[in-house]
Each structure stands twice: as structure tokens, then as C-alpha cells.
Write a protein that binds this ligand. Structure first.
Ligand code: SF4
Length: 284
């Protein structure tokens, strides 16, 4: 019997590969080909809503570039011939590669040779005719934008009309400490956003959830609006703000204290961002 791949099934081992995993993505509306550099479940942040099992502090391990190439070619060929869709009983309407997303069980830009990996993925996807039809996306917490290899990687991403989805859950030091276990100041965040948006199209991705003292209401909401206002003043070009909430349970100790944010609250916040001139999407 064929296995079914659904929008709630984000099991990164489902294809039996080390670096490459498929996701039928709610947000993308089709197949998202994920590339996981952090096979050791290591991240430099610890977000309370993180769905990485046994998350540890750290960086991505050494990349086996030969294996990455073999896996990506094998997987993309199986999609292009239809075998993958048949095996996983993917509905016809979703049989389209929407994007190749560098997004894994940790912060992908912590990989040594990050630029080399971006270049390899782009080369293979171009050879197979997947780019420029499908998007090339980097999902990152943005904290390592100061590194040369990361900036080179973003330049390569930009050459393939790529997008950086830059995590910004809170605009206060307190909120980021609570939600992301990250002590960055507003100035540091602005600097990293500037670096990112100067090199490649950059979107903000903001997780909205109910968690004591850190939801996007009152002071938190004001601080966020203030920060995105500063982005405008400093001509830091953000293409879009993507608001989403927790769709699947957190695998962190705080899981019990978290709740989805209501669609009404998210939409209300989105309207305030639109007034500031931003394109906004809401994924409740
Ligand atoms: S940045 Fe991403 S991988 Fe890292 S802890 Fe946060 S949600 Fe998890």
C-alpha cells in the first residue's frame, strides 16, 4: 500500500535520506523539497516552539557533499518521473515542486561551507530544470549574517532569484530571550536584516503564539511595529512579512505553556503592518 504524505506529516526521515526530505507544504501549496544541514539536531537558538526532537545547542556537522549531491539528484529525479508522487499517494493538485528550501533541524547557516552547499543545490536544480520554475528559499534565524560564507551563500541564492525567510518573533530583548533563547539587541537585529536584504530578497517570518508575556499584544506588538517602522526609515527592504502560528506541538519543555494564536488576533496585527506599507501573509 502507498504511504500518504500530508500537510501535517513533517517527518524528515520519510524518504529515507540523510539530507533531503519532502514536505507537502500548507504555506507553499505543493511539494517543498527540504534540505537539512543540521542532521545532528543542533541549533544556536532554542525556540520554545521548536519541533526538532532532542534539540541541542551547537552548529551543523561537516557536510558530506558527495552524499548531498547523490541524494538530491536521486530524490529530484524520482519526483520528476512521478515515482515519488505515486509512492506517497500525493494528490494531483499538489504534484508540483513549489520550492527547494534549506531548512533543517537547526540553523543551516552554521554549516562550514554553507556557500558551497548553496551553490551545489542551485547547480543541480538548474540542471534538472527545476530552477527558475520553483523557488529557492533559505529559512534562517539570521543570527550568523555577519559570516563571510553566509554572505557569499546569500549572493549565490540571489543569483537564482532566491528568498531569505528571516525569523523575527519578537522585537524586544525580553521577548527574544523568552521565545528564542537569543539575547540579540534591536540594533544587532537591524544590522543583520540590513546585511541580508542588501544581498538577497528578504522576508520576515514571525511565529505568533500565546505564551505568557510574549504574545504580540500591547508592549510586544508596539515594539514590533516600532522595529518594522525603523526598517523603513533605514531603507532596509523587506519584501513581505509572513505571520504564522504553531501548527504542530513543540518538542521543547515549554510545550504545555504554548497555544496557537487566534486567526482574529493575527489578522488584526497583519492590518497594522499593512498600514505601514508591508505585504503580509497570515497562516493561522
Ligand atoms: S531557530 Fe529554528 S531550529 Fe533553531 S531552535 Fe529555533 S525553531 Fe528550532
Amino acid at each position: 500500500m502507498n504511504q500518504k504524505l500530508t500537510t501535517t506529516d513533517h517527518n524528515r526521515d520519510i524518504a529515507g535520506l540523510k539530507y533531503v526530505y519532502p514536505v507537502i507544504s500548507r504555506r507553499a501549496g505543493g511539494l517543498s523539497v527540504g534540505i537539512n544541514f543540521n542532521i545532528n539536531n543542533a541549533c544556536n537558538w532554542r525556540c520554545v516552539y521548536c519541533q526538532v526532537p532532542d534539540l541541542v545547542k551547537g552548529a551543523a556537522p561537516e557536510m558530506d557533499f558527495v552524499l548531498l549531491e547523490q541524494e538530491l539528484r536521486f530524490f529530484l529525479n524520482s519526483v520528476l518521473t512521478g515515482d515519488f508522487y505515486h509512492k506517497f499517494d500525493v494528490p494531483l493538485a499538489q504534484r508540483v515542486i513549489k520550492d527547494i528550501a534549506i531548512s533543517g533541524n537547526g540553523e543551516p547557516t552554521s554549516l562550514k561551507g554553507f556557500d558551497q552547499a548553496v551553490s551545489l543545490i542551485a547547480k543541480i536544480a538548474t540542471e534538472l530544470g527545476i530552477f527558475a520554475k520553483s523557488k529557492f528559499v533559505l529559512i534562517t534565524n539570521g543570527s550568523l549574517m555577519h559570516k563571510q560564507a553566509v554572505q557569499t551563500g546569500l549572493k549565490i541564492l540571489n543569483n537564482y532569484q532566491g528568498q531569505v525567510w528571516f525569523k523575527l518573533d519578537s522585537a524586544t530583548v525580553y521577548g527574544r530571550k523568552q521565545l528564542n533563547d537569543c539575547p540579540q539587541t534591536v540594533e544587532q537585529v537591524l544590522k543583520k536584516l540590513k546585511l541580508s536584504s542588501n544581498l538577497c530578497e528578504t522576508h520576515l517570518q514571525t511565529c505568533m503564539l500565546e505564551y505568557i508575556g510574549t504574545d504580540k499584544t500591547e508592549s510586544e506588538q508596539d515594539a514590533y511595529l516600532d522595529l518594522v517602522g525603523k526598517l523603513r526609515q533605514q531603507q532596509i527592504g523587506i519584501k513581505k512579512v509572513m505571520l504564522y502560528t504553531v501548527a504542530r506541538p513543540s518538542l521543547q519543555p515549554e510545550a504545555e505553556a504554548l497555544n496557537k494564536m487566534s486567526e482574529a488576533k493575527m489578522t488584526c496585527f497583519a492590518e497594522k503592518l499593512k498600514v505601514l506599507g508591508y505585504e503580509v501573509s497570515v497562516s493561522p
